[in-house]
Design a protein around this ligand. Structure first.
Ligand SMILES: C[S@@+](CC[C@H](N)C(=O)[O-])C[C@H]1O[C@@H](n2cnc3c(N)ncnc32)[C@H](O)[C@@H]1O
Length: 469
């Protein structure tokens, strides 16, 4: 019997050591390994050497297997046809220089992929014929005639998997077909997550990009609406949170509350239940601080989450968050007429705020404020004055946070305008307590910063006594 694999003590037709290097095997320590068409067991021996917990070889040649058992007694060898695989699953399955011997090559590939663990990888070392068409190309070799897939054919056959070309393999004497190494793994359905705030163009992207590509789109707002109308089987706490003050115009606030009150996972479950199984795009606002949590949940649900993020190009809504106050001020200014019935110049226009407080948190004796501020020179001030009740604190601002939305809105040369203030306020343990005392911010020169409406509401709504049910 001819020698195929090469060992230091036996030179064969195949350059086995070079092939091993070309395979680019993953870390095998603690993993289970199966070599299909293992021949004299070189790769099984390597797997054991690399710390594999189980190293199994399969071949239909009794003579090759006898030698394999002799060389590598720690490995497990099965004398059988590859139509019947040893009990798995396996973390790594190898099929090297053997696919062309299968009668139904596609069926063998699917069978091997089916023997993988959830995160397992199938290592294929195979000849790929040169043809632009998707076909199995008949190739005359020194010893026989065999069919080899073209790249287009392989792409078609492996369409349901995630796979990657890893590089060329070693040439085989007498075989004109160039050999390649491909790693194949199970393909999880992809969840394209468009979670940016309202007004970012999520729905336009969904309908211009995903729908034409036949990727179904789940509407986050649509799901909330159907929960509100009792058309979806939502958890009782989710139903209650949505029903509290549902309005189709303030769904983002409802979603914020759902996540703040820890019912986000219930909502995410409904989002992927909507889709069934398979790729889909989510067009649904999720507050930034919960993006990671949503991504994790999709990973655990066996999806590959792809988070899409982009910048809003139209002016940001953030500086307009005080629009209600502007409107009130304008209304008030109408009464402030001079003796001739004219509005005094100073009342005609509110001076723009020196910045905003976009987010506030208060717990365990600390207050955290996020927002932006700008001084007369267009820079972030070095300090802000934070008023809590009657007390005034001068707080140093650390490294500025980039706020491109503010930069665009104010047409400034730079975006280093954001701040995060985290400072101790003994006795303040909740937004309700902070709301009762009162919060104000200004620059050291006395120009006030405005509290965004949602900040005011967050302190007021939690400060209001809750009615007994
Ligand atoms: C060209 S050798 C490759 C050996 C090894 N995989 C390598 O690359 O060094 C092909 C191997 O596949 C085995 N083989 C061919 N058809 C098979 C089948 N239907 N079931 C199991 N083994 C098979 C042969 O006995 C032979 O050992």
């Amino acid at each position: 019997m001819a020698q195929y694999q090469s060992f230091p003590d036996a030179s064969g037709d195949s350059r086995t050591l070079e092939k091993l290097k070309a395979l680019k095997l993953p870390d095998l320590a603690g993993r289970s390994f199966l070599d299909v068409g293992c021949n004299e067991g070189f790769f099984c021996g390597f797997a054991k050497f690399a710390g594999a917990s189980r190293s199994v070889g399969l071949d239909r040649s009794a003579a090759f297997l006898a030698r394999a058992r002799h060389r590598f007694p720690d490995c497990e060898f099965h004398l059988r046809d590859w139509s019947e695989l040893p009990e798995g699953p396996f973390d790594v399955v190898l099929l090297a220089s053997a696919l062309h011997y299968a009668e139904d090559q596609a069926a063998l590939l699917h069978r091997l992929a089916g023997a993988l663990t959830e995160d397992g990888v199938l290592i294929l070392e195979l000849g790929i014929a040169s043809s632009p068409r998707a076909e199995w190309v008949k190739v005359k070799r020194g010893i026989d005639e065999r069919y080899f897939p073209s790249m287009a054919q392989l792409t078609q056959t492996l369409a349901g998997y995630a796979w990657k070309w890893m590089g060329p393999s070693v040439d085989q004497a007498g075989d004109p077909v160039p050999r390649h190494v491909i790693h194949v793994s199970r393909r999880r359905p992809i969840a394209y997550l468009l979670m940016q705030p309202p007004g970012y163009g999520k729905s336009s992207i969904a309908s211009n990009l995903f729908l034409p590509a036949k990727v179904p789109v789940v509407s986050g707002d649509g799901v909330i609406q159907r929960i509100a109308k009792g058309q979806l089987n939502a958890s009782p706490r989710l139903k209650k949170l949505v029903a509290r003050d549902y309005s189709p115009f303030t769904i983002d606030k409802t979603i914020q509350r759902v996540f703040d009150e820890k019912a986000g996972p219930d909502l995410v479950r409904l989002w992927h239940a909507e889709n069934g199984r398979g790729d889909f795009a989510l067009d649904g606002f999720v507050p930034l601080k919960y993006h990671e949590q949503v991504k994790e949940q999709f990973l655990l649900a066996d999806y590959m989450p792809v988070v899409l993020q982009w910048e809003r190009l139209t002016p940001s809504m953030a500086p307009m968050a005080g629009m209600d106050e502007y409107a009130e001020s304008f209304n008030q200014s109408i009464l402030e007429v001079d003796g001739y019935g004219r509005i005094p110049a100073a009342s005609k226009k509110m001076s723009p705020p020196a910045g905003y407080v976009d987010e506030v948190q208060a717990h365990a004796g600390r207050v955290i404020l996020r927002g932006w501020a700008v001084d007369e020179n267009g820079d972030i001030p070095a300090q802000l004055v934070v008023g809590i009740g009657a007390e005034r604190n001068f707080v140093d601002l650390g490294e500025p946070v980039e706020r491109k939305d503010v930069q665009r809105h104010l047409k400034l040369a730079h975006a280093r305008l954001g701040y995060v203030i985290d400072f101790p306020v003994p006795g303040i343990n909740s937004l309700a307590e902070l709301g009762k005392k009162g919060l104000s911010l200004s620059t050291p020169s006395g120009r006030p910063l405005r509290l965004a409406q949602r900040v005011i509401k967050s302190m007021v709504s939690v400060a209001e006594p809750t009615k007994p049910e």
